[in-house]
Design a binder for this molecule. Sequence first.
Ligand code: SIN
Length: 286
Amino acid sequence: MPDTMNIRRISAACGAEVSGIDLTRAPSPGQVDVLQRALGENGILLFRDVGLTPEQHIAFSRNFGPLEAHVIGDFALPGHPEIFVVSNVKEDGKLKGAVYAGQYWHSDLSYMQKPSMGSLLLCHEMPEIGGDTMFANMFMAYETLSEPMKRFIGGLSAVHDYSHAYDTYFAHLKERPPLTAEARARTPPVEHPMVRAHPVTGRKALYVNPGFTKGIVGMPPEESRPILDLLFRHSVRPEFIYRHKWRVNDMIFWDNRSVTHYALADYDFSVRRHMHRTTIAGEATH
Ligand code: SIN
């Protein structure tokens, strides 16, 4: 039913709400094409009141590519390795998923040789106050740099490393144990261009993020650090950001090639925040 699907922009920075599609049923190839283009143009797609089972969430996500299991198997939904659980909920004293996930600006799996194309996060439980997710438009971040800066970074690659998040953001969090030697071995540092052209729109996006980008190829830290810090600050200017206040059964499909995101830890941690995420595999960047 492609004629009834409606896509409405929801913010100047990025994001569109999609209605008129039943995600419990297989979309037509035409609908998948429309959604892929809308994702490329808007950076995030919001679906309201979806109420999907894990199987339906996985099935819908697979229309956009193969799914990636998270490197830390403990965060997977039992029986469904394709679902990464983001949760502060404990059962028998054990956390049901990744607590403190994404509480820093990042692009999912930018630390992999083939970073994720997109992620679909479905809200199951949410505190009444707080727990929003922010999304920053990396097309706008790139386009508002000066021409000399665009030329400079256009020829450079950056080093992305999963362990960077553990050595910085998670270092002081006792409920996020250090990365195991095995997980470190599975996520060696990788290199990606600092600017990526989007495969659907051709538009250029800045492709660095504070969570996982730890250096610039060929530069010592004393040179690369100030450049990265400047780009990180610039990339999250308020006018580039859409902040989503979650309702239960909202699902957001974001494009990891053109937006970064940040989960706000501003809520009462004794209140349950529980989400399921699927992560779609992407292409090599070089
Ligand atoms: C994530 O980075 O995937 C988690 C986002 C969130 O919990 O809002």
